[in-house]
Write a protein that binds this ligand. Structure first.
Ligand code: GLN
Length: 542
């Protein structure tokens, strides 16, 4: 293993890697995802990446689409050294135009923009040029593809042939006759392009010869070795867990790598879900064997939240700042104990559950005039501890994190848990957060989720919760007039949490939930269902 001063191995050093150079298209991350789904490891870097500084040698390079026109003065261009790498190249949309531009500046604005579906006709080649067929092998001669462009090639660059056309684009697909350079005007990475994944597989597996060995089983072994090499024989790591998927998977991975030298901390902020601290203790501590400390700081949090009724942002700030304070105190205690224990190591590392979409967001190409955002470093948050960050999930997409979790033996119900906000149910209690309001919101939420699970709907719904409204309504219970609060149920379906729609429960289901909440939760006399989509609503209510 890399312990003698070498850099610990990263996935791109052991897995065959396809490099995607990003020109700022909104679909670039999808290219990466599609290839990963084919078990081909793939990483994205901005189009400005200097080839000499590449930290690995790719098996092939894909140039993404982008919002610019290659003939603009300030258009982004790839480092010409890419063409000397001697590996296959695939240009998609802007990427195609970039390859053509490099080979003779023959791109101009088209008369007609083409946006949406188009029918592609593949031109088969035989004889000497038969190899260029490979991009379209196993695909039909007529393909439905998805286009989004306004520019076009004026003519074929030298040494290129046409391999596909549409009515509006005579150069919808081009290939170099001698080298493995391909360009396509359509987007194979979006699901609207039927057969797009086959095309990407043809490129990555057949043309680039990348192995399809990116599996979670292999990643686990390699990542464990990497963490061990990084942390060393004595180093210790601390990290906060929340009971959510990411922090649990990251924590379990650390446990497998360095055992009790990983210290997990759950801060009970008083606004966790019903029985949550207990459940996390059982699952992470007992079941998964993670070295876990639960800090009950609920009184401190609730004390500071008292009387805050005006601005929801204030609640979030109080909870965020108090969390850092409590976590830091605990980290110091653990560090002291660790230094005096038989393990006698120092806590030098902070575990963070950063995922690949955050990394992509921070390195994606934002255009000629904008600087590229650097990734924020929360290590600095813990004053006086100078912790280095360890981010074992930073190469993974969410579904890969779930697959990793399953591989590590994390129970299914935890792997598929809905997201839960950091400020907890404090932002689902509209108005002042008091112990009594927390009780009501928790109990109602518990019933709602229990019924969703019983109806087999939990995985269909992306996020669901009960919120407590700060108003009272009149009701009649047992012939007696009551004046109690209202619970608002919220359940949404979404694929990316950017937009969402409310879930269409059937009436019987809502009736059952409403009956149970009003009967079982003291202080509630009415239940309503929130039928607002996002936008204009947000998923959470505060
Ligand atoms: N700006 C280029 C065009 O309009 C590329 C578009 C794209 O990559 N989607 O043709």
């Amino acid at each position: 293993m890399a312990t003698n001063g070498e850099l610990p191995i990263e996935p791109h050093k052991t897995f065959d890697t396809i490099l995607v150079l990003d020109f700022g298209s909104q679909y670039t991350h999808l290219i990466t995802r599609r290839l990963r789904e084919l078990n081909v490891y793939c990483e994205m870097l901005p189009c400005t990446q200097k080839v000499a500084d590449l930290p690995f040698k790719p098996k092939g390079v894909i140039l993404s689409g982008g919002p610019y026109s290659v003939y603009w003065d300030d258009a982004p261009h790839v480092d010409p050294a890419v063409f000397d790498l001697n590996v296959p190249l695939l240009g998609i949309c802007y990427g195609l135009q970039e390859i053509a531009w490099h080979h003779g500046k023959n791109v101009l604005a088209g008369e007609k923009r083409e946006y949406g579906h188009a029918y592609l006709k593949i031109e088969r080649h035989t004889g000497k040029e038969a190899h260029i067929e490979r991009l379209f092998q196993d695909l039909q001669d007529d393909m439905e593809v998805w286009m989004s462009h306004g520019d076009k090639l004026s003519h074929l660059p030298d040494s290129f042939v046409t391999i596909a056309t549409t009515n509006n684009a005579p150069f919808a697909g081009i290939a170099h006759t001698k080298k493995d350079y391909y360009g396509i005007q359509f987007h194979p990475e979006v699901t609207h392009t039927k057969g797009g994944t086959v095309l990407l597989k043809n490129f990555a597996v057949d043309i680039c010869k990348a192995k399809q060995d990116w599996t979670m089983g292999k990643f686990v072994d390699q990542e464990i070795a990497r963490i061990r090499a990084l942390v060393g024989e004595k180093g210790q790591v601390i990290g906060a867990v929340s009971g959510g998927v990411d922090s649990t998977v990251a924590a379990k991975l650390m446990k497998e790598a360095i055992g009790d030298r990983f210290h997990a901390v759950l801060v009970d902020n008083g606004v966790l879900r019903l029985n949550e601290a207990e459940t996390v203790k059982k699952t992470l501590g007992e079941h998964l064997g993670i070295n876990l400390t639960v800090v009950d700081a609920s009184e401190l949090f609730l004390g500071r939240l008292k009387g805050v009724t005006d601005d929801p942002e204030k609640k979030r700030k109080i909870i965020g700042n108090t969390f850092i304070e409590v976590f830091q105190d605990e980290a110091k205690k653990i560090a002291k104990a660790a230094a005096n224990s038989p393990m006698a190591g120092e806590i030098e590392w902070l575990l963070q559950g950063t995922l690949y979409p955050d990394v992509i967001e921070s390195i994606s190409f934002k255009g000629p005039s904008q600087t590229i955002k650097t990734h924020h470093n929360v290590g600095g948050l813990l004053k006086g501890m100078h912790l280095k960050l360890i981010e074992p999930l930073r190469e993974l997409f969410k579904d890969e994190v779930r697959a990793l979790g399953a591989n590590l033996g994390i129970p299914e119900n935890l792997i598929w848990r809905h997201p839960f906000p950091g400020p907890g149910i404090a932002i689902r209690i509209l108005g002042e957060v008091t112990p009594e309001q927390v009780r009501i919101a928790r109990e109602a939420d518990y019933i709602f989720i229990e019924e969703i699970q019983a109806a087999g709907l939990y995985r269909k719904i992306s996020q669901a919760f009960a919120a407590l409204l700060p108003v009272k309504a009149v009701g009649v219970m047992g012939d007696k007039r009551v004046h109690d609060q209202i619970i608002a149920l919220r359940a949404v379906e979404t694929s990316d949490f950017m937009t969402a729609d409310w879930y269409p429960f059937d009436g019987e289901f809502l009736k059952r939930v409403s009956r149970r909440i009003v009967n079982e939760v003291t202080g509630v006399c009415r239940v309503v269902y929130d039928v607002t989509s996002k936008p204009p609503g947000t998923i959470e209510m505060e």
